[in-house]
Design a protein around this ligand. Structure first.
Ligand code: HEC
Length: 214
């Protein structure tokens, strides 16, 4: 033990002697442990470069390149998924307020797409009916929200959209699993699901009421 302490002391003195105290100013360049990481052979973007025939470091994509993301169009808004706008954030531009209505035109096929995505992504927890009694709830996950709660059914569409993408409290976000237009489709389906719980017979067109009574 005594020799170990002695060796440690010597090693410390040697290390401080060679490397200096931390934060000490020095005119000498620092020791580069991996010089090839400090000084990489690389092209900086947007600067002249003799390597390519057109003399630029940034090259245009080869013809036939397929774009990684496509522009989404809803009403008069058209944005890429990485751009900020009500369609991608669910918020009114320049504020933190949520937009009231789904920016996508809501029709039967849009709601059907939402139903499909809801049943895959949300129903294990929230249940096919949205009452929070999905199969996961049988395994001790007890705090799953009932999506028919007045507090949730009165939220603006933008807030639901935000919850799907970014989660809320103990629910994690599903932005990586569900694309932006699918998230809005889920919101549209969620609205239909919520309405189904509070609808009255007068909401049903007169000629379809007989079908319900069967
Ligand atoms: C892994 C389980 C799980 C999945 C999957 C899940 N949720 Fe949730 N969700 C929860 C839990 C738990 C809460 C309650 C969070 C809290 O308040 O602690 C919640 C809360 C919510 C709320 C209420 C948020 C609020 O304002 O309080 C909404 C709306 C919601 N979920 C929608 C969805 C939708 C739509 C999907 C499908 C894209 C989904 N959830 C997928 C577990 C889940």
């Amino acid at each position: 033990m005594r020799y170990f302490l002695l060796a440690l002391m010597l090693a410390t003195v040697a290390a401080v002697g060679v490397a200096g105290f931390r934060g000490t100013l020095s005119r000498k360049p620092p020791i580069e442990v991996f010089p090839d990481m400090d000084r990489q052979a690389k092209l900086r973007p947007q600067v002249p470069n003799a390597f390519f025939p057109d003399g630029r470091s940034s090259q245009l994509p080869p013809s036939g390149t397929v774009a990684r993301s496509r522009k989404m169009v809803a009403g008069n808004e058209s944005v890429y998924p990485f751009e900020e706008g009500p369609l991608t954030t669910g918020r009114i531009t320049g504020t933190t307020n949520f937009i009231e209505l789904n920016p996508f035109p809501v029709n039967v096929s849009f709601i059907a797409r939402g139903q499909d995505r809801y049943q895959i992504t949300c129903s294990p927890c929230h249940g096919a009916q949205g009452d929070g009694k999905g199969s996961i709830s049988k395994y001790g996950f007890a705090t799953i929200a009932n999506l028919h709660d007045k507090r949730i059914s009165t939220q603006p569409d933008g807030e639901l959209f935000n919850t799907v993408g970014h989660g809320k409290n103990t629910m994690s976000g599903y932005a990586s699993n569900v694309s932006i237009d699918d998230r809005w489709a889920i919101v549209a389906y969620l609205r239909a699901l919520q309405l189904s719980r509070v609808a009255v017979i007068e909401d049903v067109p007169a000629d379809k009421r007989a079908l319900l009574k069967k």
